[in-house]
Design a binder for this molecule. Structure first.
Ligand code: 26V
Length: 807
């Protein structure tokens, strides 16, 4: 059906009419999307089957990437492009009077993730398939993705995101592969032939049903899988008919509780009452996948000691780390192995990535909760802990504090990061700086205990989605300049390096940027009624709202700039458009008041005629993957200004770099490696160094109030939060004010002055357009290293021992 344009048109028309039962003219763009999606899914199914067959026949090692989040965004365009059939479809549809861009717009973003961690998982899937690696995603099919952000009166309001409303064209329900996951109940032990066996009784069964989505490699035959599990009642509906009232009610309750497991993605601030459900989700993910992985393995192997040679199980953060006790449980209780053998296999099979050093984000589960919900799993964790502490004791006799710190269970809690390190063979951080801090601070005793486990895998992004597909015009310009090898081998972007001073190339890239900015300006005018000048500097900070990411620093720069313009009505600056976007976790009050603050200052500044449109402030509501694809190609300045040591890596920073934006950033996460790649002259780094920040945390010595007293600019800005300059309604920003004056945990005031200076340097640099264009090209040239193809290559050879399979 995709052989040639005519064959496509014929097949498409027939499908369109048959699928929707109406004449072509009456079909809606959403109908047209559903039809094209279904055709593409069908088209890949042959290669999907072949890929699976070959993986089985060749018996190559497989990696399973376990993640609570996959922030996929839209898939139609990337699938068409990876398959190499988009042009054909575009032409065919065009001849039918249908606009492909418009169809692609119809697809809802699959928002099954919070932010960086979830999007990284999605980029990794793309890279694994494109590098022909047998790697699969394993996740949960949430009925509702991350909440939709509405802005009412400048305040964030959360609405459920029912992304499955119109169905999901990419998925295939595999009822025959469903497995049972068990919660609650009690464990009894029995002796049988000299062996202790454990029996789980009175548990609550939940049926886990997999939905598979194809992951299409770039211009190869590989089609990997993303398997998302849905929770359903394990009791057949017809049983309901023969019930009395009491049982019927209990069954309804059971059904509701069961389905709740895959109902919602948790925003990263889960409250107490939500915790139980979150733990249920984690075990559901882990148990369903491990049963299915083991079942597949056993179809081809009967020697379980071969498992680590055939299967790698990767845990994306600690969320799926129950995979360790669950694999132990399956190997012992189901397969009959003894503890030592099961433990040796488990430790050689599981690897773990840490994604944050933020103490609040390190997972701990109360023993009571875990014992009640997962009695057998808890027993196993307890035993792992006992044995581990015993060996620690032998090495560090008498060092109670150290052992207490390293214990998996302590003070009534299970420490998931400790379990992850003890039960895996590889622990990695996501940037050089982050991995070093892991070794030297957070996991120091573990590093001293088992140094060989620790390694770094600096994050990356898929250059296909983030450059080739999001920025097709820049892609053409690059290909015209250096040929097309970089498409498959992104490090070849370096071939741009000798051309960064080439006037015609500079002109071509500037033209593309200007065009992208114009498109974004139109979108902003259309959606927000704000007119922004495409010739202004587009200065962009898009990411989750969080104190450590310091959107406040950016806001304070805007307030300061506004003051300067008002005080010097005759001077003119190069106009700037400040663009923000990001969701605040629903119960994160401080982050939510920053959303309100941005809207408040935007309202004042955008409506102040006296400043002649020199600054505009735009907040993109409900920011998600599709927004970033539109915004990043249109950006001049990329704001990566987290408190040094706090951002594990960042990945947005790499996306901007690849699209020719210039970074203003702190010495944090992957910014440091970006600076190493481009040289300090081609990036604007400022502020405290990670060691300075860590030393303040450790030794004190920072007094925020002094900053306020010493710097009149800061004093004025902070006072304005309280005195009504910006605030016309009955709101104030007391909580922001006091969080800074009293404590300033994230050194906003401390870095303010350096930030303002650097913003001035960057404004000056922008004034020299020739130099700016060179710098922009220089950044693109050095961005290939940050392709997730490089990252995944390192995971495959350094952690998973995985070989490509040619389909
Ligand atoms: C979660 C939470 C939850 C409780 C409140 C504080 C807090 C702070 C951070 C997080 C993030 C958890 C894990 C995460 O998403 N990490 C991100 O992973 C990205 C991919 O490796 C990385 O680029 C980001 O720097 C990192 O924040």
């Amino acid at each position: 059906m995709f052989r040639n344009v005519d064959a496509f048109k014929e097949a498409y028309l027939e499908r369109l009419v048959n699928m929707h039962g109406k004449g072509v003219e009456e079909t809606t763009p959403s109908d047209q999307y559903a039809t094209l999606g279904a055709m593409v899914r069908e088209y890949v199914s042959r290669n999907w089957i072949t890929t699976n067959d070959q993986y089985r026949d060749k018996g190559e090692k497989q990696v399973y990437y376990l993640s609570m989040e996959f922030l996929l965004g839209k898939l139609l365009k990337s699938n068409l492009m990876n398959l190499g059939i988009r042009e054909l479809c575009e032409q065919g549809l065009d001849e039918l009077g249908i606009d492909l861009d418009r169809i692609e717009e119809q697809e809802p973003d699959a928002g099954l993730g919070n932010g960086g961690l979830g999007r990284l998982a999605a980029d990794f899937l793309d890279s694994m398939a494109s590098l022909r690696l047998p790697g699969h995603g394993c996740g949960i099919r949430y009925k509702y993705g991350l909440f939709e952000q509405k802005i009412i009166d400048g305040y964030q309001v959360e609405i459920p995101d029912y992304w499955l409303r119109e169905g999901n064209v990419w998925e295939l329900r595999k009822s025959d592969k469903a497995v049972e996951v068990r919660f609650g109940g009690r464990i009894t032990s029995h002796e049988k032939n000299d062996q202790l066996t454990f029996v789980h009784e009175d548990y609550e069964p939940v049926l886990a049903v997999p939905y598979d989505m194809p992951i299409v490699g770039y211009r190869n035959q590989t089609v990997n899988s993303l398997r998302l599990w849905s929770a359903e009642s394990a009791i057949k509906d017809f049983d309901f008919n023969q019930m009395n009232d009491h049982n019927y009610h209990r069954l309804i309750e059971y059904k509701k509780a069961t389905e709740a497991i895959s109902e919602f993605l948790y925003p990263d601030d889960s409250t107490e009452e939500g915790k139980r459900l979150r733990l249920k989700q984690q075990y559901f993910l882990v148990s369903a996948n491990l049963q299915s992985i083991l079942c597949r393995f056993k179809r081809m192997n009967n020697d379980l000691s071969e498992l680590p040679n055939k299967v790698a199980i990767h845990t994306n953060d600690t969320h799926p780390v129950l995979a360790i006790p669950e694999l132990m449980r399956l190997l012992m209780d189901q397969e009959g192995l003894g503890w030592d053998e099961a433990w040796s296999i488990t430790k050689k099979t599981i690897s773990y990535t840490n994604h944050t050093l933020m103490a609040e984000a390190l997972e701990r589960w109360s023993v009571d909760l875990m014992q009640a919900l997962l009695p057998r799993i808890y027993m196993i964790i307890d035993e792992i802990n006992e044995r581990f502490c015993k060996t620690l004791w032998e090495t560090y006799p008498g060092q109670w504090e150290k052992i207490h710190h390293m214990a998996i269970i302590a003070d009534g809690y299970v420490n998931m990061a400790n379990l992850a390190v003890v039960g895996s063979y590889s622990v990695n951080g996501v940037s050089k700086l982050h991995s070093n801090i892991l070794k030297k601070e957070l996991m120091k005793p573990f590093y001293e205990w088992e140094p060989h486990k620790f390694n770094n895998k600096t994050n990356g992004i898929t250059h296909r989605r983030w450059l080739m597909y999001a920025n097709p015009d820049l892609t053409s310009v690059i290909t015209e300049a250096i040929g097309s090898t970089w498409l498959k081998n992104p490090s070849d972007l370096m071939n741009l390096q000798p051309l960064t001073n080439d006037p015609s190339l500079q002109q071509a890239t500037a033209y593309v940027k200007r065009h992208n900015k114009e498109r974004l300006s139109n979108h902003i005018a259309d959606q927000y009624g704000i007119s922004v000048d495409p010739d202004s500097i587009f200065d962009v900070q898009i990411k989750r709202m969080h104190a450590y990411k310091r959107q406040l620093l950016n806001v304070f720069h805007i307030m300061d700039l506004y003051r300067r313009i008002k005080e010097n009505p005759k001077s003119r600056i190069t106009p700037r458009t400040f663009i923000f976007g990001g969701k605040a976790a629903p119960s994160y009050h401080l982050a939510k008041s920053v959303v309100k603050l941005i809207h408040t200052i935007a309202d004042v500044i955008n409506n102040d005629q006296s400043i002649n449109d020199q600054i505009k402030v735009v907040f993109i509501r409900n920011y998600g993957v599709s927004d970033s694809e539109r915004i990043i190609p249109a950006s001049d300045i990329s704001e990566q200004i987290s408190t040094a040591s706090k951002e594990a890596s960042g990945t947005g920073n790499m996306k901007f770099m690849m699209n020719g934006a210039v970074t203003i950033g702190t010495h944090d996460g992957a910014n440091i490696e970006m600076a190493e790649a481009v040289g300090e002259d081609n990036i604007f780094l400022f502020g405290l160094k990670p060691n300075e920040v860590l030393s303040y945390y450790e030794n004190g010595g920072y007094h925020a109030r002094e900053m306020y007293n010493q710097d009149p600019r800061l004093k004025q800005i902070l006072d304005q939060l309280m005195n009504g300059t910006f605030v016309k309604e009955d709101v104030d920003f007391k909580s922001i004010y006091y969080s800074l004056i009293d404590h300033d945990e994230f050194f906003v005031l401390k870095d303010f002055s350096a930030y303002i200076d650097t913003q001035q340097r960057i404004a000056k640099a922008y004034g020299d357009q020739k130099e700016w264009r060179r710098m922009s090209l220089h950044n693109i040239a050095h961005s290939g290293k940050f392709s997730s193809d490089r990252t995944i290559h390192e995971y495959a050879s350094g952690i998973w021992q995985l070989e490509p399979v040619f389909i």
